[in-house]
Ligand binder design. Structure first.
Ligand SMILES: *Cc1c(COP(=O)(O)O)cnc(C)c1O
Length: 690
């Protein structure tokens, strides 16, 4: 079986001190005692201990946990626990680890924690972090990233002084931005509460701070409990009993897992079934759905805590994985400044910067960018541009488009008219869709020598219909949703020359293929081809928000706008600043990472994992290009059975028709891609697809 150990997720919570020396360890130990008093088997674990030479040291915090449970024989059974990592230097974990020629990272910490829970199996794990949320564990990651990766609630421990409140409120913002739940707040009385406020009535001051913080929590719609904790002069059994009594309400809330019902996912499905419509779905026989609670990296976490390895990048989009900190930072930063403003008569930095950035990575003669809110609309925009271009030239009779079969360009009416006429919805919308001109799909495979006769039909169609064709539209190199077909780059070069001769524009739809997926930044870069119009979308924002762009040459723009004309399009949410800011961050991130190497490595793993499928009896073809791996079967597959099987296997793969295909996020590890491929092989050899 695959990955059962880490599919279930951890149960427990983090204890994070906002500020140092606030009594985090004492609160953790008292919480531990409170949980045991409630009959909840719990175990506390210090994630990283610094300033202690070895894990057994009596100077470590671990022995404090033990003293809090000293008179509880039932708790002794699971004691003691040693810190997960221990470093001698009394400094931040990243420094302390470096001093010992080692390093920490989120991935390894999480794996170690999962192993720990699998081995020791307490009902609840109290994870004491190192200091506050933003304590660094290496140059890129901090404690908050560990918490976000595990998705556990966080109990904040802070000092009951003005600076402590400030710390606490900033920590609340950080937790909210990371999508984490506040488990509660323990407000600890400092050693000298009246320091800096001579003559103040201390009990009033402490109570007022707590009241203020409760009010702020209420304003944020947060119902987590806040408990004030006195400072104990001596930590004897009576003190532990008193502290744990105070913390009982927090322990109560945490030991009954979430205030949410256990069957939350089930309830969501019931509500969904009566209110929501899903893509390509019936409301009479609604599709099977998996309720998702959150995402992280290349993982999709279901409502019941199961984790799926993502093999789809949410339909080509999430190339950097989910919740990437750089994209999230761009989103939060822009949300604070300006989430949206109309684009008619106004402009803004995010749109201009993104247009410049896009033109910088597109072929050199692209000179203008028009922003749209989805891929289909970007295709409509491209088609309208081509029509207005021809009108500008006085070629009013050019009102049709030539396109290969097997294409997919979106679900709006213009886009649908150029989708594959059989797989698309042409028979359903007969008489309504514009009648375009179709030619056979590029028949020459990507990985075979080029066959020049594959261009014959394009040549014939352009000869027959040349005068009425405004543009040829197609997906470069990879036909995506229409069949996951990879064709030879020379076809594209030849087709561009034919378009040029016929006076038809060339529109390349890079919505699926753009931003590195095929191993080139844009798939058209496999060929020497100069399109007139290019559409991008999907991975443009790294999968965070909906945004698409249609770029064109100066010549197209000039003719669209000839004779005082304007381009007749303007979506309400055009150039949405949030989406533009995230898209710019995504392109910057691509620029900073060696995405070519990552896509090459995806290609190696996909070939290694999927090629063995080629010998299976029901398999017609296996093909891999860049980060796309396809197994084509002889018969249409049983999608319902396969979807269920893959979720059981801990992977997210959505086959359709005769295609089982993978396009994992670029950040996926070789091991995870191995799991994805293994699940595909298993499904095919066990006959699940039949
Ligand atoms: C997905 C896709 C579209 C449509 O994009 P939406 O954002 O879904 O409207 C258009 N063209 C291609 C090649 C696509 O893959």
């Amino acid at each position: 079986m695959l990955r059962n150990a880490d599919q279930a997720g951890l149960r427990g919570f983090f204890v994070a001190g906002s500020g140092t020396d606030v009594g985090k360890t004492v609160v953790t130990a008292a919480m531990l005692r409170a949980l045991w008093r409630l009959g909840t088997p719990a175990q506390a674990l210090k994630v990283v201990q610094t300033g202690v030479r070895d894990v057994q040291s009596p100077l470590g915090d671990t022995h404090v946990y033990a003293t809090a449970l000293e008179d509880m024989p039932q708790a002794k059974a699971v004691q003691p626990t040693q810190p997960l990592y221990c470093f001698a230097l009394p400094a931040s974990p990243h420094l302390a680890a470096a001093q010992e020629q080692t390093s920490l990272c989120v991935e390894h910490l999480c794996a170690a924690l999962r192993r720990f829970q699998a081995e020791s199996a307490p009902a609840l794990l109290l994870l004491e972090g190192a200091g506050g949320l933003h304590v660094p564990i290496n140059a890129q990651e901090d404690m908050l990233d560990v918490m976000a990766a595990l998705g556990l609630p966080v109990l904040l421990v802070g000092s009951n002084v003005l600076g402590g409140l400030n710390h606490m409120l900033l920590s609340l913002d950080a937790l909210r931005d990371a999508g984490l739940r506040l488990a509660g707040i323990a407000l600890v009385t400092p050693a000298d509460p009246s320091a800096g406020c001579p003559g103040v009535d201390v009990p009033t001051l402490l109570a007022d701070n707590a009241a203020f913080l409760r009010q702020r929590l209420a304003q944020r719609g947060c119902d987590a409990a806040l408990v004030t904790v006195p400072r104990m002069p001596c930590l004897d059994l009576a003190a532990w009993e008193r502290l744990s009594s105070l913390l009982l309400p927090l322990a109560q809330a945490l030991s009954t897992p979430c205030a949410e019902p256990r069957n939350k996912g089930e309830l969501l499905l019931q509500r969904d079934a009566v209110a929501v419509w899903h893509p390509y779905a019936s409301t009479v026989t609604p599709p099977a759905l998996a309720p998702v609670a959150r995402t992280q990296g290349n993982r999709i976490v279901l409502a019941d805590g199961r984790e799926l390895i993502d093999g789809m990048s949410s339909w080509w989009a999430a190339i950097h994985g989910y919740n990437h900190p750089q994209l999230m930072a761009a989103l939060h930063g822009q949300a604070g400044r300006m989430p949206h403003v109309m684009f008619g008569g106004l402009t803004h930095e995010p749109a201009v910067a993104l247009a410049e950035r896009l033109l910088h990575c597109l072929p050199a003669d692209m000179e203008r960018v028009f922003f749209a809110d989805s891929g289909s609309v970007a295709v409509e925009v491209a088609m309208k541009m081509a029509l207005q271009y021809q009108i500008g030239l006085g070629e009013r009779q050019r009102v049709r488009f030539l396109t290969p079969t097997g294409g997919y360009h979106g679900d709006t009416f213009g886009a649908m008219s150029v989708c594959d006429p059989v797989n698309g919805m042409h028979s359903l919308f007969k008489g309504i869709l514009a009648q375009q001109v179709f030619m056979e799909r590029p028949s020459c495979r990507f990985d075979r020598p080029f066959d020049p006769t594959s261009l014959d039909e394009a040549r014939r169609k352009l000869q027959a219909h040349g005068q009425e064709i405004a543009a040829v539209i197609l997906e470069p190199i990879v036909q995506g949703a229409g069949g996951m077909w990879f064709y030879h780059p020379d076809y594209l070069t030849g087709l561009a020359a034919l378009c040029h001769e016929a006076g038809a524009l060339l529109i390349l739809d890079e919505i699926a293929t753009g931003f590195g997926r095929t191993g080139k930044m844009f798939a058209m870069q496999w060929a020497k081809v100069k399109p007139d119009i290019v559409c991008c979308g999907k991975a443009l924002t790294g999968g965070v928000l909906t945004l698409a762009a249609t770029a064109c040459t100066a010549e197209v723009a000039a003719n669209v706008c000839a004779h005082g004309q304007v381009f007749m399009h303007g979506p309400t949410f055009m150039a949405n600043p949030l989406a533009c800011a995230v898209a710019k961050a995504s392109l910057d991130l691509l620029g900073e990472t060696d995405w070519q190497e990552r896509v090459r490595s995806l290609e190696r793993c996909l070939k290694h994992g999927l090629n063995p499928c080629a010998t299976l009896p029901d398999v017609a073809d296996v093909r891999v290009l860049g980060g796309i791996g396809v197994v084509e079967t002889v018969q249409p597959v049983n999608t319902t059975a396969l979807h269920r099987f893959f979720v059981e296997q801990g992977v997210w793969i959505r086959p359709f028709n005769r295609l089982i295909y993978l396009m994992p996020p670029y950040i996926s590890s070789a091991e995870d891609v191995g799991h994805l491929c293994h699940a595909v092989r298993l499904a095919l050899s066990a006959g699940i697809h039949c």
